[in-house]
Design a protein around this ligand. Structure first.
Ligand code: MTE
Ligand code: MO
Length: 207
């Protein structure tokens, strides 16, 4: 795609219109959910290759292969945090364990309280897309998404739900929570795709 990507030991850069934020503020809509380990599960459902859904409880999820990525966080309200080290399970690993059907084009990532965000399959399978449990080597805190959040460093951060509970494979695109409420269906910060009125034909389902 030719867009700047931050790598370990490399200076990452700010997308247009963004400013650098020191520290790590908490940004989300609604309350912070309470984690109930005995009830928590991560589900992959929708158009799976075998038609079956796949579930992991917290212990099972924690045993999946752990990887780290360096990734920036760009909030559409114009602040960015650069160069964080995230740890967790790559989206590619999830796709290998629960393969999508051949005609899957998009995913919906579901979080607590019905928060959701849609991604093109290519954004979900991007090498830096991570289901993160850790940041900077430490477990996420509740307000930053514990026990699980999605990190998609090359898109605006609303595309990375905190408190993730599932991934739905879809054979057509559908808008998630903010994408239905005026935010861009794709959300590439390097193209400043902030709002749905900026969408070109083909960027998303009819509004
Ligand atoms: N479940 C959920 N996840 C969410 C949001 C939200 O409202 N609900 N907000 C998003 C937005 S707009 C941003 S900028 C980041 C902020 O992550 P942080 O609080 O860890 O900095 O979380 C994203 N994930
Ligand atoms: Mo944001």
């Amino acid at each position: 795609m030719g867009q700047p990507q931050s790598r370990e030991g490399e200076q990452s850069s700010l997308p247009p219109g963004q400013r650098l934020q020191r520290g790590w503020p908490v940004t989300h809509y609604g309350p912070v959910p309470k984690f109930k380990p005995e009830r928590w599960e991560f589900r992959v459902f929708g158009a799976t290759a075998d038609g079956e859904k796949r579930c992991w409880n917290h212990e099972e999820f924690a045993a999946l292969p752990y990887e780290t990525v360096i990734g920036d966080l760009h909030c559409v309200t114009k602040f960015s945090m650069l160069g964080a080290e995230w740890g967790g399970v790559s989206a590619r690993t999830i796709m290998e364990l629960a393969p999508p059907a051949d005609d899957v084009t998009h995913v919906m990532v579901w979080a607590e309280y019905g928060f959701s965000s849609n991604l093109r399959l290519a954004d979900f399978t991007s090498e830096k897309t991570l289901l993160a449990t850790h940041r900077g080597g430490e477990l996420l805190t509740a307000e930053h998404g514990f026990p699980l959040r999605l990190v998609v460093p090359h898109l605006y951060a609303w595309k990375g739900p905190k408190w993730v509970r599932g991934v739905e494979y879809m054979t057509a695109d559908r808008r998630g929570f903010w994408e239905e409420r005026g935010y861009h269906n794709i959300g590439d910060p390097w193209q400043e795709q902030r709002y749905s009125y900026q969408e070109a034909r083909g960027d998303g389902p009819e509004l």
